[in-house]
Design a protein around this ligand. Structure first.
Ligand code: GLU
Length: 289
């Protein structure tokens, strides 16, 4: 039997909270039950928001919780050239296009054109306007030569046209992994997502699919908040010929206000709880593990 591989993949752009503890501990528990591997990946492509201090905090918090993982830890910021190579393939296949509009330009365009009826992605963000996709090659070249800043966006319609048959992923119905169901991937709901940001040759989606494949992750266990984004990742895997892992999107822990925990919520931060004398056992009890 092949070795099952799980991973916890935090971004060091804030402090870990109870929701991260749940995700990390659940991954380790599932890996242990399956006799598989548990990996830690540092998703620090956003070099402006991620800091060494937050990263040190992640290690401190996870070790305090009693977690251990297989070395080496993969740090995404050390692998930009690998993402660049994959991006180059998407460029060569004309599946991505340079997107020049700034946030302000997008807002102004939408206000003028569609206003409140403009379609939005599942997170409520307006879809990227179709202007840049329609730019003639000559104009694209001119702007790039003039050093106009741009991101690379996936042409989702062109990409979907390359997919033979239905696009779907396999989702476990619960953490026992006893049953699965097939979920239809609907990447179009996100419009033309960014696959490489203005300053870096990748985006969250691209780096995640490349790394999950490279690290032979067989089981992606992460929060329900990433459920529908899985459709975009499934499409990228298909385009790049990467074999997809299976997924389990776990419940999200909610704060006292009934909302999803965020990195700015100090009272559920693991470091704050530790400083207040809470033990790792109490943390596990608090999150129901
Ligand atoms: N780095 C992402 C986050 O911190 C998680 C990515 C994933 O699990 O696929 O939200």
């Amino acid at each position: 039997m092949t070795l099952l591989t799980f991973r916890f993949a935090p971004s060091p752009n804030g402090e870990l909270h109870l929701g991260h503890a749940y995700s990390a501990l659940l991954n380790q528990q599932m890996a242990a039950l399956a006799g598989g591997r548990f990996l830690l990946r540092i998703e620090d492509i956003d070099v402006t928001r991620c800091t060494p201090e937050f990263e040190a905090g992640i290690f401190r918090d996870l070790e305090w919780l009693g977690l251990s993982w297989q070395e080496p830890v993969r740090r995404q910021s050390e692998h930009f050239s690998e993402y660049r190579a994959v991006l180059d393939r998407l460029i060569a296949e004309e599946l991505v296009y340079p997107a020049f509009m700034s946030r302000g330009e997008i807002r102004a365009f939408i206000a003028e054109t569609g206003g409140r009826d403009w379609p939005r992605d599942p997170d409520g963000v307006p879809l990227y306007p179709p202007l840049d996709k329609a730019l003639p090659t000559r104009e694209r070249k001119r702007r790039i030569a003039e050093k106009a800043p741009f991101a690379w966006r996936l042409d989702v319609d062109a990409a979907m046209a390359r997919v033979p048959g239905a696009l779907s992923w396999i989702e476990f119905t619960d953490e026992t992994m006893a049953e699965t169901r097939t979920v239809e991937a609907r990447p179009q709901a996100w419009g033309d997502v960014i696959v490489a940001r203005r300053d870096i040759p990748t985006s969250y989606h691209l780096a995640v699919v490349v790394d999950d494949a490279l690290q032979k992750v067989s089981h992606v266990v992460r929060g329900q908040d990433l459920y529908s984004a899985t459709g975009v990742q499934r499409l990228l895997q298909q385009l790049l010929g990467l074999s997809p892992p299976r997924y389990f999107h776990h419940r999200l822990l909610l704060g006292p206000d009934g909302r999803k925990l965020s990195k700015s919520l100090k009272d559920t931060g693991l470091a704050a709880l530790r400083d207040a004398g809470v033990s790792p056992q109490e943390v596990k009890r608090l999150i129901g593990l």
